[in-house]
Design a protein around this ligand. Structure first.
Ligand code: PLP
Length: 397
């Protein structure tokens, strides 16, 4: 059959593979261990840290969606990023985005401080600066995060990977914000894709998990070896839930994206909003790049409120349909204040360098009715507007 769409791959993953009972859906194997078929006769699985049929089924599905040779499923997105760092030896250099997810920043910073590797923070949206950084010293690994969390800045994956290949640098891309439905970094030249499967891939806010997908079988085997060695592989139950969530990924993210575009356009018009960050808006500096390298704009929006802490508090407390919580990509809409929540692990100076202000608010748009969400946001913003000083009357000419 010709190349299958992501919707088909996700819906059919593991279906009719149960040889024991012919169950239509793949069963959940919770057993931690497996019998040997006889002395010195190991079956395909022996111990669930090393391999598990349910985890393999979900991993194969995710690898197919990203177009990779294999996927290692691990206990969290951070575990996936940590596993990635096993590609780098002490003394070697990693380039990472200066405005990445706060947890990624903390991981790389803390491991670098302990001498696991060296890290250089680079603004990867500026290709000239990046070329200069490569010319000064090429890294062993470059980590891309696009769109970035929380400012939704876009990096040109093809351009960065082309540059990196000239220096023999491995390229990894964190694809958490878009999922393989909306962006496939391996097709753009990346060697590795990182996911927090906690987010869109599972999509129901009831699993914490991660995945590392490699383009080549060789790289995949390396990461699978390390995952077994350090024991950070994901639980079978989480893999089962993730596979279940994956089946509806395409319809979920398309619907969420359609609402997100309406919300972003509404924000552009509101007096209490100083600035909107959403790649689907033509005003976004990365809009044309998004049209070129993405298959959609996603469902994450960030924006700056007019005012200060009082206005932020008024807004988040007025919302009825957005839960004030970290994480993203679930069926339920969420509101987060990056400076005090998702990016609190970055110090103030690093946040300022990344452009994360105290007025910045991040929304994860869920599957509620678009009009309900717009009404909720509109009422909250109107309340904020009431707290602002009245605009000065422009003197008549
Ligand atoms: C872009 C990105 N990468 C990685 C992670 C870490 O994932 P997890 O929370 O599953 O460890 C997050 C978490 O928010 C994220 O937003």
């Amino acid at each position: 059959m010709s190349k299958l769409s992501s919707a088909t791959l996700a819906a059919r993953a593991g279906v009719e593979t149960d040889t024991a009972h012919g169950s239509v859906m793949p069963p959940l194997y919770l057993s931690s261990n497996y019998t040997f078929d006889g002395f010195k006769n190991k079956r395909q699985y022996d111990y669930s840290r090393s391999g598990n049929p349910t985890r393999d089924c979900a991993g194969t599905a995710i690898a197919k969606l990203e177009g990779g040779a294999g996927a290692v499923l691990v206990a969290s997105g951070m575990a996936a990023l940590d596993l990635l760092t096993y590609a780098v030896k002490p003394g070697e250099l990693i380039f990472a985005p200066h405005d990445c997810y706060g947890g990624t920043h903390r991981l790389l910073r803390s491991k670098a401080e302990r001498g696991f590797f060296r890290v250089r923070w680079v603004d990867q949206t500026d290709l000239q600066k990046l070329e200069q950084a490569f010319a000064e010293e090429a890294p062993r690994l470059i980590l891309i995060e696009t769109p970035s969390n929380p400012l939704l800045r876009l990096t040109d994956v093809r351009a960065v990977c082309t540059l990196a290949k000239r220096y023999g640098t491995l390229c990894a891309a964190d694809n958490t914000f878009l999922s393989p439905v909306l962006q496939r970094p391996l097709e753009l030249g990346a060697d590795i894709v990182v996911h927090s499967t906690t987010k869109y891939l599972n999509g129901h806010s009831d699993v914490v998990g991660g995945a590392l997908i490699s383009k080549t079988a060789e790289l995949h085997q390396d990461f699978a070896w390390w995952a077994n060695c350090i024991g950070n592989t994901g639980s079978p139950f989480d893999a089962y839930q993730t596979l279940r969530g994956l089946r509806t990924l395409e319809v979920r993210i398309r619907q969420q994206e359609s609402t997100a575009l309406k919300v972003a356009r509404f924000f552009e018009q509101h007096q209490a909003v100083a600035r909107v960050y959403y790649p689907g808006l033509t005003s976004h500096p990365g809009h044309l790049l998004a049209c070129r390298q993405q298959h959609g704009f996603g469902a994450m929006i960030s924006f700056e409120l007019v005012g200060g802490e009082e206005q932020v508090r008024t807004f988040v407390e007025a919302l009825q349909l957005f839960s004030l919580a970290e994480s993203l990509g679930g069926v339920e809409s969420l509101v987060a204040h990056p400076a005090t929540m998702t990016h609190a692990s970055m110090d103030e100076a690093a946040r300022a360098k990344a452009g994360i202000t105290d007025q910045l608010i991040r929304l994860s748009i869920g599957l509620e009715g678009a009009q309900d969400l717009l009404t909720d946001l509109s009422e909250a913003l109107d309340l904020v507007a009431q707290t602002l000083p009245a605009p000065l009357e422009v003197a008549a000419a």
